[in-house]
Design a protein around this ligand. Sequence first.
Ligand code: ADP
Ligand code: MG
Length: 475
Amino acid sequence: MSEQLAKELQLEEENAAFPEVVAAAEGPFITGENIDTSSDLMLAQMLQMEFDREYDAQLRREEKKINGDSKVSISFENYRKVHPYDSDSSEDEVDWQDTRHDPYRADKPTTTPRRGFIGKGKDITTKHDEVVCGRKNTARMENFAPEFQVGDGIGMDLKLSNQVFNALKQHAYSEERRSARLHEKKEHSTAEKAVDPKTRLLLYKMVNSGMLETITGCISTGKESVVFHAYGGSATEDKVIPPECAIKVFKTTLNEFKNRDKYIKDDYRFKDRFSKLNPRKIIRMWAEKEMHNLTRMQNAGIPCPQVVILKKHVLVMSFIGQDQVPAPKLKDVTLSSEDMKKAYYQILNMMQQLYRECNLVHADLSEYNMLWHDGKVWLIDVSQSVEPTHPHGLEFLFRDCRNVSQFFQKGGVAEALNERELFNAVSGLNITADNEVDFQAEIEALEKMNEDHVQNHGKKLSTFSSDGDPPIYDE
Ligand code: ADP
Ligand code: MG
């Protein structure tokens, strides 16, 4: 087969696998005008979801009827239509918990030794003994795929005949393959910029309600979010919708978020809720956090996107840029030395405002999260921002300062403070260490003092004490 033909075939296959992506790339993603065609599909999907839910509810009722008060229960879990990992209804069932240790797991029964029998004479027990074999089969069920729920057969001293065990094993294998197939499909759809059906539905509703006019396409796809551009729709009673909007969809694939929980877990604003939440809800909290932080910044007059609406894990905000072209990141724009200096002083002021007026540390501040638009710098991406008294707040601030200092020093701004000076200028603290190691040690000591205060008084310091307000820098 020629290389050309092979390529064509592969392309065809890919197109068949991701038709939505192609549609998004060719024209508007979801528009007011194409509702007629796309809505049939959407409505059908919505209806199907409804049917599936009803079916599952009926299944649950049947399950209850059959099981009654019996200690041994039969599960119809594997016959459910809306599978647990793509169902909202599972949210309250699966809690955020450590599953490495299962205190309820019974000890495994001892197995017969290798030579195949124990005991002597009349009391001899071979590996073919029905009871031993049955128990062994029950224990072997533990090796089925984790999503295959086998119940507590060991605790019940359940004995499975070889025939039953083999049938179960066969079923477990085919179920595992089926679920892997489903999962793979879903992963691909997020990887390919498209959003999962539920998010699509949410977006569709926003267009359908007239809040958005058209969702034109994807601006950016990162590890944790996908950002779309949209034209704003008509204003509602209490809201003016900006002419152009950015829609940030926090990814509902959970893996990327696991290592970020330190930002939110120790944030007292979310602390009480964190322990009770499952991963899906934590992702919604990221979106919520970004909304609250943006609102604080807006109130302080810091240039940043204005929040339009938050729906679950989807945040709609004003678009920084024009005619579908997003403003460039600071890292991608070439500024005159005059503009560079202007940008530097603006950022210095914004960091101070953020710290003092918004009581926030950005915590991911760098040339990647600052946009250059209308002759000034705009701050974005604040879902991970924390208050300065967060257990790692000052460390995050120091990291931000290092990024900013390095960027502007490399960019030729002679006036740019070094990271330690910048840290003191933003925080109003007066850490005198003249090298990085000692400086960081002092930062950590301050954070520890704050934590001790929490231990002793049950609350955080209102701020870190300083010699007064930080000096305001101006050009
Ligand atoms: P992530 O957490 O994925 O980095 P960001 O909030 O930084 O998410 O958004 C990713 C990219 O999307 C940004 O670098 C920027 O180019 C674009 N973007 C995000 N929000 C806006 C907005 N309000 N206006 C214009 N572009 C935006
Ligand atoms: Mg970013």
